[in-house]
Each structure stands twice: as structure tokens, then as C-alpha cells.
Design a binder for this molecule. Sequence first.
Ligand code: 5AD
Ligand code: SF4
Length: 407
Amino acid sequence: MAENRPNTGNSGGKSPKKLRVLLRTFGCQMNVRDSEVVCGLLRAMNYELTTDPADVDVVIFNTCSVRQHAEDKVWSEIGRISKRSTLNLPAGQAGALRYAKPIIGIIGCMAQNYKEKIFEKAASVDFVVGPGDIDKIPGIINKLSKNRLSMLECRIWETDSPRRPEDIYHTGFYEDKEHAYVVISEGCSNYCSYCVVPYVRGELHNRNHKEILKEIEGAVDKGIGRITLLGQNVNAYLNKDIDFVKLIKLVNSVKGLREFSFVTSHPKNTSLDLFRAMAETEKLKKFLHLPVQSGSDRILKLMNRGYTRKYYLDLVDNYRKILKDATLTTDIIAGFPTETESDFLDTYNLVKDTEFDAAYIFKYSPRPHTGAARFADDVDNAEKEKRHKSILDLQRGISNKKRCLKK
Ligand code: 5AD
Ligand code: SF4
């Protein structure tokens, strides 16, 4: 455990009270699940979880680094919390100012991205914990709160573990009474050139399939009927001789489970075998989120995606042939470095022809550590905005038309 503890005083002796913790989650489903895991660990240690920001002892931000905008939101939230919690102090308590604010923790992708540099950027932060170290959070809060009572200033950061212990997934705590997210793999080894995930979540690590099934059975025992299998690239799942196709068949056979789905799929690891298995697996929702990112072969290559426009379109054709009336959604990035009007039109036309049920469209945002960060971010913001809006409008029309047809 890394620690920085200038001794600023003494006193103390008060008995510790039950600490009230507020956990704010930003970003993807993986973060939603991680927050649940942290809540499960905190509950087991007798902390009180609250959603009321008015009276808290600890505020934890579970953060996202996927785009700059996601990080900006967190920095401004930290600023707001630190300001608010010091403003209400009666005059003449300047010495106690530092201790009047809640303990503030940054966990998740920004924690890993900035590590202890977070303390320089946001002086009010007390602890920083990366995705591999979330099991240590209850102990860290415990230590910080004890130090506060004895007026010791202390900052703690934990960002070095490549992997979290398996047992954190078995706290049995799920926010929803009907549905659970179940992580099947952590991290990603694809290194798409725009993506920060491999640098903040580490290389792909597959959970043991027996542990996954044990977790699902436990959730079903608690009355949960629906689950979503989670991973950055679920199709690359491999544990011993169990690949993703075998895994969905095993999950399908869990007694009491009513329905399940999975996200996210990578086209290069998505196969016709998977589509056939999806067709035969009666509990599996006929839904596929298959991010294409761009319709231009030149841009796909620069993105290091590992497939071509034709490969993607063939995959979609086969998906729709094998799984009739199945849902298909995608992600798209507008304004990747060097994207020309003609590259953009390739993407626009792919969206027009494919008629996705939904598409999530993002403006390219340069990310630290990534391959694309070496390229100039040369599509200006007005042009990115225009391309983003143009695909958004196109997709809105398609989604509305499909919704009307389904009614
Ligand atoms: N800029 C813009 N969008 C990005 N995404 C990932 N990294 C970036 C980035 N640097 C998008 C991709 C991915 C989704 C989760 O976020 O479309 O599929
Ligand atoms: Fe990022 Fe690509 Fe991995 Fe998805 S597949 S998490 S976009 S590196």
C-alpha cells in the first residue's frame, strides 16, 4: 500500500461510528458492476451506503476514462463536493476545514490513468484505487477514518495489482432484484488505437468458467431471473477448453435462469458458430451489440480493428439470416484522425444500408497512452460535430422507422 502521511497533529480517542458512504458511478456496465462489488464489500464490513449527498462521511467516484468528456465530468464533481463541504463551516473553524469534508476516493479507470498524480490535480482527494485493487477499499476507508479522528493527514493510493481476487464477485449483492451483471472477462488485449481500456483495465483475463457458473447459480438462488454477461470483448473468452460458444451453452443450462444476454462483441472474434449457437440457445436474448466504429477500410486499419468493411457487412448478413428478427446495435466514432469526407461517407452509407436498431455515436477524443494519441487530432471540432450530428439524425430516422414497423 502506497502512502503519504505528513503528521499534522495528534488527539483522537473517539470511538469510530458507522460510516456513511456515497458511491457515484460513471461510465459503462463494467463500472456499474464494479460499484456493486464495492457496495457488497462495504456492506459486509458494516458501512452504511447512502444516496443522500447531504450527510456523508465518504464519497467514492467510480470513474471512466474512455473519452475526455467523461473525465471532465468527474473533475467538476470533485470540485463541487470539496467546495460544498467546506462552505457551510461556521466562521473561525479554518483549522478544522480539512477534516470537515468527506473522505474522497477516486476508483476505476481514471484512478489507473492518473495514479497518484490525481492528488496534484485534485488536492481534496484522499485515496486512489485502480480496478485491480478494489478489494482493498473497505480497509483503506477504515484506515483513513481512524487517521482523521487522530488528526493525521493521510493519502493512500493502490494501483499496482494486475488482477482482482476472484472472491470479490461472490458478495451476493446485486442492485436489481431481477437482473444481474456477471463479469466473464476483465481487461482487453486488442489495443484498438483510440482506446484507453487496455492501459487502465489491463490485458484480457478470463474468469474461470466454474466460478462464473457458481456466481450465476448464486444469483438465481436469490431470485434473479435475468443476467448479462460482461466483458470488453466477450467473444474472445477462453478458459481451459471452454470458449464463448461453449460458455453460453453452459449458462443456458443453469436451472431457474430465465433469460440472458452479453456485451460487448468484437467483430473479429464473432463467428457463424456463435450465431448458430445463439439461434439454438433458447434463453439467450436475440440481441447483438457489434461495434463497427467506422465504415472506411483505411480508418479501420488505422484504428487497428482487425477487419474490413466487407467482413463486417458479411457478418451482419449472416447474423440476420441465421437469427431472423434479431436486434443489432453498434458504436461509431466520428472524426478519427485523418478521417476525410469520403471516409465519413463510407461510415454514413454503412449506417444507412445496415439499418441498425440503435447506434451509439461518439466524437473522437484523444486518449493518453493510446496508439492514436501519436496522430494529430486533425478533424476540427466543428467538423466532428457536423459528422456526429449527421449520423445521429440518420440513425434517429432509422430507429423510429424500425420501432413503427415492430408495433
Ligand atoms: N474517442 C471516442 N470514442 C471512443 N470510444 C472508445 N474510445 C474512444 C475515443 N478515444 C467509443 C467506442 C467504443 C465505445 C465504448 O466508446 O465507440 O466502442
Ligand atoms: Fe477498447 Fe478495442 Fe478493447 Fe473495445 S476491443 S475495449 S474498443 S481496445
